[in-house]
Ligand binder design. Structure first.
Ligand SMILES: C=C(O[C@H]1C=CC=C(C(=O)O)[C@@H]1O)C(=O)O
Length: 355
């Protein structure tokens, strides 16, 4: 199949309400696709099957496209059909949405100051009434964010999602696990060296500490790099790479449940932070800040026993009335509500640019 064939097949699958996923891994120029042959909705029952999982932020029903029920194809990205993002304009600010989000952030800062939480990741959603051509939008996404995991996922139950996420949840090959701690955000400025304030460094360190302490249960050998600046489109983050050698009996399911949702998308302590968000965000995150990716097989290389999961950030849901964007930011005791709102605006540009 060529690049164009895969993109046309997306429309055929959508018309027939058959699940599919099309994705491209960071720094790769190979598009991989799983096109399910029937319209049946599958859910991941155990972590032993091979396929592509799409898990929500909360809840146990994880949408799944099993390898055995799908046609699997790969192709190289071609450059000829790309369109420029000339239509992009700075987003206008909805004052009510700004007020509501700043209230939520102020409330979060107040509870953090009581000592109940170290960190909370608050989020919001934004609707854009726009007509989208799915294949063209995905094509632009592929070219705009080469170091992100760029996907387009559909099942009848989840609806149609697209995203370009910079955050790996985990990657496992045999007994080696790799993950990252990602947090802290500022706008990317060409030619300027990033300077990180202590607030952002601390926010990112909280994520690293949590991941490392969670992994200690499964590994005696954990390597952690120094924090470094990582570019994700128009913004930059602080990132630490973490690698662990797993003990023999480690179950994939346990380790995924331990790491998800990371303090980069939820908060600490994890369970109470999640409850706080469910009670106070006033909207349903659905699959935003859930995770997605290959389970037990690398379909790009056709290689066994590899799992490669990403956190569903910088994403959108495409509906008949337009596009729903999802954006969030990490809050600590030193956060400023208005700055945090504008951070979500900056993050929303990742998806706006390809619309
Ligand atoms: C929650 C999001 O980003 C997370 C990942 C990197 C940096 C973040 C931050 O600086 O707040 C967030 O923790 C999002 O993009 O919606």
């Amino acid at each position: 199949m060529t690049n164009t064939d895969i993109l046309s097949k997306i429309q055929l699958q959508l018309d027939a309400k058959k699940p599919f996923v099309v994705y491209c891994k960071p720094e790769s120029d190979t598009i991989t696709a799983l096109f399910q042959k029937e319209s049946k909705q599958y859910y991941l029952e155990n972590f032993l099957d091979k396929g592509f999982v799409f898990a929500p932020f909360t809840g146990t029903k994880k949408a799944f496209i099993p390898a055995k029920a799908s046609a699997i194809v790969t192709t190289k990205i071609t450059k000829d059909v790309v369109q420029k993002d000339e239509s992009y304009t700075e987003p206008s600010i909805n004052q009510q949405a700004k007020h509501n989000f700043e209230q939520l952030v102020a409330q979060s800062i107040a509870v953090i100051k009581t000592g109940k939480f170290n960190k909370l990741v608050t989020s919001r959603t934004e609707h854009i009434a726009v007509d989208t051509n799915v294949a063209e939008t995905y094509q632009r996404l592929l070219h705009a964010y080469p170091n992100a995991f760029r996907y387009c996922f559909y099942t009848p139950d989840t609806g149609l999602w697209m995203g370009a996420t910079p955050e790996q949840l985990l990657k496992v090959k045999d007994d080696i696990l790799q993950t990252v701690a990602l947090a802290g955000t500022q706008l990317y400025k060409e030619g300027e060296k990033a300077v990180w304030e202590s607030k952002e460094q601390e926010e990112q360190q909280i994520v690293t500490n949590y991941i490392v302490s969670s992994l200690k249960q499964y590994s005696n050998t954990i390597n952690v790099t120094k924090p470094h600046t990582f570019r994700a489109g128009n913004i930059i983050h602080i990132k630490t790479d973490i690698k662990a050698k797993l003990e023999e009996a480690t179950l994939l399911e346990n380790i995924i449940n331990k790491l998800h949702p990371t303090p980069a998308v939820c908060g600490l302590p994890k369970e109470t932070a999640m409850q706080f968000l469910l009670d106070n965000e006033m909207y349903n995150r659905e699959y935003y800040s859930g995770y997605l990716g290959e389970i037990n097989h690398d379909f790009t290389l056709d290689a066994q026993n590899k799992t490669n999961l990403f956190v569903n950030l910088r994403c959108m849901k495409l509906t008949s009335s337009g596009v729903q964007l999802y954006i969030g930011c990490g809050i600590t005791k030193d956060s400023d509500p208005e700055k945090e709102f504008f951070e979500t605006v900056n993050k929303s540009i990742t998806m706006r640019k390809v619309l």
